[in-house]
Design a protein around this ligand. Structure first.
Ligand code: ATP
Ligand code: MG
Length: 263
């Protein structure tokens, strides 16, 4: 199976100090890949490079076997949707207007949304349980509701690849599970691939096919959750003691930071 996205030997720096160094990996259709690693490891920077927002200093990114740099923005948007870590919507658009923006790349130039665009947008809102917020201005919803609206916009884009930067930070337990069920279903039914930055290593263990562990701008490990989530690798990456054990409820792993008790 050929890769949907291939990153090869990526390097990037905001200033003199390298932020990403020699980062390589590939993602196939339908794969759910988690990017994990400590604060400042370079996860958001990697998402920005893959989204084409930043250009690598060296190395290459290929989307569907074509260099990302050769795509027009509109063609990228048909294949790839991004939910950034801190997405701002400056103007108080309603939730439905925001989700409909996800259809922009599918409309003719200067075209208005058609019945199908509206149907796709509403279906995405239903999947993320934000249909009732349709007419609500986005600056008048809660943090978690807003995050689900922005995910609905990404789904409405009907991409081959979803890039998500901490999509569950504001979500309650039910919606953390719900989002991952939606992503799993998209992967099975449409072959959508997902690259998701996650801080919750337990969610990463439960829902990801593969994990990329980044530390100080380098790939420390790539592999299945059980290959990557070891006390040794996590201890080295996060520079703290970590417990990794079996999760009897799911058959996946549990990961906990080990905090020494006083006394
Ligand atoms: N616009 C910027 N200009 C200069 N340095 C930056 C900029 N954005 C990020 N950095 C630096 O680049 C490094 C990687 O940042 P990045 O945001 O990619 O980390 P991250 O892994 O997403 O962290 P977090 O888990 O906190 O979101 C950090 O050292 C950060 O301080
Ligand atoms: Mg980040």
């Amino acid at each position: 199976m050929s890769a949907l996205l291939e990153a090869e030997r990526l390097r990037f720096a905001y200033g003199p100090r390298p932020v990403l160094d020699d980062v390589s990996f590939a993602i196939g259709p339908g794969e759910l890949v988690g990017v994990i690693g400590p604060n400042g490891a370079g996860k958001t920077t990697l998402v920005r490079l893959l989204a084409g927002v930043l250009a690598p200093a060296s190395g290459s990114i290929r989307l569907a076997e074509r260099p990302l740099s050769e795509y027009r923005r509109r063609d990228v948007a048909r294949r790839l949707a991004v939910v950034p870590q801190d997405a701002h919507v400056d103007f108080p658009f309603t939730a439905l207007e925001v989700v409909l923006m996800g259809r922009a790349a599918h409309l003719p130039p200067l075209g208005f949304p058609r019945a199908r665009d509206l149907a796709v947008a509403r279906a995405a809102m239903q999947r993320l349980e934000v249909a009732h917020l349709e007419d609500r201005a986005l600056d008048r919803v809660s943090g978690g509701e807003r995050q689900r609206v922005l995910l609905a916009r990404a789904l409405a884009q009907e991409p081959d690849l979803l890039l998500l930067d901490e999509p569950t930070t504001h979500l309650d337990l039910r919606h953390q599970a719900g989002i991952h069920e939606v992503l799993g279903e998209l992967s099975r039914s449409r072959g959508t691939a997902v690259l998701s930055v996650l801080h919750d290593l337990n969610l990463a263990a439960m829902y990801c096919d593969r994990l990329i562990l980044l530390a100080a701008g380098r790939v420390l490990r790539v592999g299945t959750p059980s290959q990557v989530l070891t006390a040794e690798a996590l201890g080295a990456a996060y520079r703290t003691q970590v417990y990794v054990g079996p999760n009897d409820a799911t058959g996946s792993l549990v990961v906990l930071p080990l905090v020494r008790r006083r006394g």
